[in-house]
Design a protein around this ligand. Structure first.
Ligand code: 6PG
Length: 475
């Protein structure tokens, strides 16, 4: 019988997705530009299910039942366009091309548009969970037409991660919606990791705990509200011992965080949407700073830090840091969901925010216990203006905010950078402030540039004649 689905691009993610499909009983046609990878897949894993090896794209297309469903799993950007360009002339009306890479959602919108004009369906599907997830159950965020999703749904929901019997795969919305949500997932992943790193840094440098002691702290945290994949693997990384030095693995790793771009994209788009994603922005900047060798070398040993040592109670501080981490994390998610809502409005995607939390409960890198809380929050109120004003979140932050403030204070006093914790706290305080100093900014803008201002007590735009009689005029 013809294959039900195809995968082209058999690097580790593509290979594992193909295996996942085959293991779940689907007939999969596979192809890779260099045949070696295809042969290796068949040789090593051919026994796992029904594979058809295709030597080239025409053979891959030929192997499929119609409408054809082809998953493209190659590098984002030009390589993806190249495969699509080669594939399109081989396809017939109604066929479905799925891009499962980390594409920029604007590229996905462009591609979807171009393929639609040819009678084809293009599905930009975010796939999270790394190699492991791709093989055993990723979190899947597909965009594109209803028709395409309906055709793919039985397969995608079968191979996706499941939590409480529910698949971590939901049709996100039209065109670029799926890749947008995947991008946001990565932005939150960046923020989460930055916050974890700050917590570690504070425990190490304020309390002087060893890496393995901190691993124990994270292991303990992973039994409560913070329970998540990233907290779990933090304990794993921190307890790893380096073979050659016998010291902590984390101490031999060069302290320059790299990035492939999805976190940066998130922040760039958020700027355009006018949504503060301060947690994610600080995470991206912190990675950039870590890699800024020239300025770090010039500053190390030259810029002075605090003179005294800060002393805190060990157990109390650990508990404070836990609160700071959880509260800052809630801010990152609140900001992330704000960005999704804003994009959904701007692009007409009609995204169900609660359902996004469902997709992320399993399979993906940011999977966490508290995602259930997000789902519940949107179930209570689909039009929730901010997650932070939902009762659960409000209470969690109310319980943690004094501790959070102490941690930001200690970090500043001890000279330990905590941009994620402090920017998130400032966002929280900005959000709840009755009056913001934005009024002064408006005054300044009016003085130097006649940019006008609004009043609290009357409608209209006004301008003060700053250089003349200083009287107010209608603008
Ligand atoms: C996932 C990950 C995955 C990738 C990150 C890494 O959801 O499985 O997010 O997509 O590991 O994009 O990003 P950086 O290399 O930029 O840290």
């Amino acid at each position: 019988a013809p294959a039900q689905i195809a995968v082209t691009g058999l690097a580790v993610m593509g290979r594992n997705l193909a295996r996942n499909l085959a293991r779940n009983g689907f007939r999969v046609a596979v192809h890779n530009r260099s045949q070696g990878r295809t042969d290796a897949l068949i040789e090593e894993f051919g026994h796992e299910g029904e594979f058809t090896a295709a030597a080239d794209l025409p053979a891959l297309v030929e192997a499929l039942e119609t409408p054809r469903k082809i998953i493209v799993m190659v590098k984002a950007g030009e390589p993806t366009d190249a495969v699509i360009d080669e594939l399109v002339p081989l396809l017939s009306e109604g066929d479905i091309v799925v891009d499962a890479g980390n594409a920029h959602f604007a590229d996905t919108r462009r591609r979807e548009d171009a393929l639609k004009a040819k009678g084809l369906h293009f599905v930009g599907a975010g796939v999270s969970g790394g190699e492991e997830g791709a093989l055993n159950g990723p979190s899947i965020m597909p965009g594109g037409s209803e028709f395409a999703y309906a055709a793919l749904e039985p397969m995608l929901t079968k191979i996706a991660a499941h939590v409480g019997g529910e698949a971590c795969c939901v049709h996100v919305g039209p065109d670029g919606a799926g890749h947008f949500v995947k991008m946001l997932h990565n932005g939150i992943e960046y923020a989460d990791m930055q916050l974890i790193a700050e917590a570690y840094d504070l425990l190490r440098h304020v309390l002087g705990l060893s890496a393995s002691e901190i691993a124990d702290v994270f292991r303990d945290w992973n039994t409560g509200d913070l329970e998540s994949f990233l907290i779990e693997i933090t304990a794993e990384v921190l307890s790893q011992v380096d073979e050659s030095t016998g010291g902590p693995f984390v101490d031999v790793v060069l302290d320059r965080a790299e990035q492939k771009g999805t976190g940066r994209w998130t922040v760039q788009i958020a700027l355009d949407l006018g949504i503060p994603v301060s947690g994610m922005a600080e995470a991206v900047f912190a990675r950039s700073l870590s890699g800024d060798v020239v300025r770090r070398e010039a500053a190390v040993g030259s810029l002075p830090g605090p003179s005294g040592k800060v002393s805190v109670d060990r157990e109390a501080f650990i508990e404070d840091v836990r609160h700071a981490l959880y509260s800052s994390k809630l801010v990152a998610y609140a900001q992330g969901f704000d960005a999704i809502r804003a994009a959904s409005e701007q692009y007409g995607w009609n995204i169900d925010l609660g359902a996004m939390a469902t997709i992320w409960r399993g399979g993906c890198i940011i999977r966490a216990r508290f995602l259930d809380r997000i789902k519940e929050a949107y179930d209570r109120d689909a039009d929730l203006p901010s997650l932070l004003v939902d009762d659960y979140f409000k209470e969690a932050v109310a319980n943690g905010q004094e501790a959070w403030r102490r941690v930001v204070g200690v970090a500043a006093a001890a000279g330990v950078p905590a941009p994620g914790f402090s920017a998130s706290l400032s966002y929280y305080d900005g959000l709840r402030a009755e009056r913001l100093p934005a009024a002064l900014i408006q005054g300044l803008r009016d003085l130097f540039g006649a940019h006008t201002y609004h009043r609290v007590d009357r409608e209209g735009s006004f301008h003060l004649d700053w250089s003349g009689d200083r009287k107010e005029h209608d603008a």
